[in-house]
Design a protein around this ligand. Sequence first.
Ligand code: TYD
Length: 216
Amino acid sequence: MSGIFISFEGPDGAGKTTALNKLMPLLQKKTDQEIVLSREPGGSPISEKIRKIILDIHDEEMDPRTEALLYAAARRQHLIDVILPTLEANKIMLSDRFVDSSIAYQGGGRQIGTKEVAEINDFAIDGHLPDLTIYFDVSPSIGLSRIKKDHEGAMDRLEKEAISFHDRVYESYEEIVAQNPTRIKKINAEQTPDKVVQDALEVITNRFPNIFNKGE
Ligand code: TYD
């Protein structure tokens, strides 16, 4: 496998998706290797169908373990359909969320336990961890206020959870970041959008100088 795999993580309202859309063309200018951008839950036809079930606001009675298994199932299919073929073709894979989201949201947020959720995800990802993970650090209160401002009327099932849920997600992310200092790099996502993009760009180009070596 010769491509590189980078995931992007953070609480709701961290601004990952907006930042990624700006980051992608900036990164592409610096390398000849093709960059593929995808997201979880979803990213492939079957995984997008699973996404609809998971995020549906009418699925209020969904059991936390069912939710964790659905995220893991969507991830497995995304890995097989998109991530592995991209890496095998020597391309660069950017994923908006990956396994750390399940550990933080289902393990911590839903209180299933981070170890338990990591275990079912081990089965799903079979050792394929990202080479680098960028963690967008934003406090739950700022994250949630951004979401309310952007799309209060269209919040999904997870976003609608109580602040205590989002606090637990945040605490779990902090633990995951502390436990994986080599793989995960934290950036301050409370800065201006442009500064956040610049910081992410710097982390990635510094980590893979031989790949992002064009221009300047
Ligand atoms: P999405 O609209 O893609 O949000 P974002 O732009 O913040 O990534 O919705 C994804 C939601 O699903 C988000 O609230 C995080 C949650 N999630 C989990 O709970 N577990 C997971 O494994 C993943 C991938 C996402």
